[in-house]
Every structure is written in C-alpha cells, then in structure tokens.
Design a protein around this ligand. Structure first.
Ligand code: AMP
Length: 281
C-alpha cells in the first residue's frame, strides 16, 4: 500500500495504473475509520483494480470550530486497517496541499442545501462540494463510493456529477450499524459510557417512525411522538423529517409505493449524530 501526501505523488502512481489498463475506485473519508468505511473500501475492491482512499478532515465543511477541533484523528490505526483490507493507495494531504489559497468558488445546490443538514449547517455542503470536486479533478476515478449514512451528501454529489459532467460512477453503500442499531460514525468515539447508552434510541426512533407511517399514522403526529421520545431521553432533536428518498423533498402524507426516507439529526450533549432509514411506503 502506498501512502502519499502530495497531488504530484498521487498522480504519478495513478498514471502508472492507468497505463496498465487498471480502473480506479475512490473512497473519500475523514479518517477515524470504522466498519462503515471498511465496507466502502471492500465494495470498491469488488469493482476496481486499484482503490484510492483519502483521509482528510476537510476544514471547509465544518461550520462549527469546536466540531473541527474535536474531530477524532487516528492516522496510524487507519493506515493499518486500510493495509489489511487491501487498499492500494492512501492519500492523506495537509490542508495547504488542497487549499493553497482561500477558496473563493461558491456552489448553489438549490433546495438540497436549504433543508436538513443544509439548513442546520450553513456552508457545510459548499465545503463538501468543493472538496469532492477537487478530489474528482485530481484522481479522476472511474467509480466513487459513498455511504447512505450521509444521504443528503450523496444527493449533493450526484448533482455535482450531473451538472459538471464528471465521468465517474457513484455508488451509495448501505449503512453499517453496531449490534444495537447505532449507525457507525467516527463521532461515536466521543460518546462516554452513559451517552453511548442513549444513542441506540436514534435508530429505534427511525424504526418506530417507519412502522407508524406504514400503519397510516399521520406523519405530523409521528413527528410529535419523536419530539417527546427525544425529550425523555435527554437528547436534543434537531430535525426528524419524512422525505422523498429520490429528491429529498419533504413529505407530509405517504403515497403507496413511494420510496421514503426518514432523516434525523440530534445532539447527545455536544456530540451531533445523524441517521436515516429508507423504505417503500
Ligand atoms: P466520513 O469519514 O464520516 O466523512 O465518511 C466517509 C464516508 O463513509 C462517507 O461516504 C460516509 O457516508 C461513509 N460512512 C460513514 N459512516 C458509515 C456507516 N456507518 N455505514 C456506511 N458508510 C458510512
């Protein structure tokens, strides 16, 4: 496994592989790797001869300085995991390699950046769009792998690929969960023992929401039940939304056969966690 930190080194390696007719798969991450990330690398291995994984905590997508400062960093361990699962190239640049000057370009993702994560994390998707566009330009992958865990991010990247004609095939990979249902996340490392006991109720709220929605319960009343549930658990609910799983527009009534996503964001003390579930109505 090659570990590189400059664009130049990375592109030399990639050119060699391309000259040998190998296709390139790309898995972007912010490190502190867990089984969710590993599942993306494993799927990339199934599709591609060469897999590149980036480890970069992208400053421009953090709207909260404390969140950026507290983001877990476990590089040694990450590299050893990636080596074990057969990753070929790890790209872990310093910030000034990717941002030699302050970025001026601003994206407009329309309604996608005005709801849910976009509404509560101003500037977040602009930072995501910027870094993913940079990676796609530098790496020019044939395939790129993202998690359903960040459903809205996936929709944003799809829009980026369509509108800017990136010749990359996107893959949306299933959410990997702990045994008690908690979606794996690098931020879970920050949960103390007590906070960790609260966290499974996030996925439980999604399962309950799905069941109630299937039983024709009015969506607004489900939302109210969830507000109560989170209050009882001492978790601060930011949003709990029923949306069309394809275009992420909000749904107020369920239509039979429609593909629906429930998306949730909440705080356990200062740790922000998100999750979602997709089902057919
Ligand atoms: P991150 O390091 O949090 O930026 O995540 C890197 C990629 O891993 C993103 O495409 C995430 O959606 C994906 N990911 C994060 N957590 C999970 C999970 N529990 N299951 C599957 N994919 C995940």
């Amino acid at each position: 496994m090659h570990v590189v930190s400059t664009i130049k080194e990375l592109q030399i390696l990639l050119a060699q592989h391309r000259n040998n007719g190998k296709n390139i798969g790309f898995v972007p991450t912010m490190g502190a790797l867990h089984h969710g990330h590993i599942s993306l690398v494993t799927q990339a291995k199934n599709f591609c001869a060469v897999v590149v994984c980036s480890i970069f905590v992208n400053p421009t997508q953090f709207n909260n300085v404390d969140d950026l400062a507290n983001y877990p960093k476990t590089l040694e361990n990450d590299l050893s995991i990636l080596n074990t699962v057969g990753c070929d190239i790890v790209f872990c640049p310093e910030a000034n390699e990717l941002y030699p000057t302050k970025c001026q370009l601003v994206f407009d993702f329309g309604h996608l950046e005005q709801i849910m994560e976009g509404a509560f994390r101003p500037g977040h998707f602009n930072g995501v769009g910027t870094i993913v566009a940079k990676f796609f330009n530098i790496i020019q992958p044939d395939h790129a792998f993202f998690g359903q865990k960040d459903l809205q991010q996936y929709a944003i990247i799809q829009l980026l690929v369509n509108d800017l004609s990136y010749q990359v095939q996107l893959h949306c990979c299933a959410i990997i969960r702990e045994q008690d249902g908690l979606a794996m996340s690098s931020r879970n490392m920050r949960l103390n023992e007590y906070q960790r006991t609260l966290a499974p109720s996030i996925f439980q709220s999604l399962q309950t929401g799905e069941k109630l929605a299937q039983n024709n319960t009015i969506l607004a009343s489900i939302y109210n039940q969830m507000v109560d549930l989170y209050l009882d658990k001492n978790i601060k609910l930011e949003y709990y939304k029923f949306v069309n799983a394809e275009d992420l527009t909000e749904i107020t009534t369920l239509v039979k056969g429609q593909k629906v996503a429930i998306c949730v964001a909440c705080y356990i003390d200062d740790i922000r966690l998100i999750d979602n579930i997709i089902f057919n109505a």
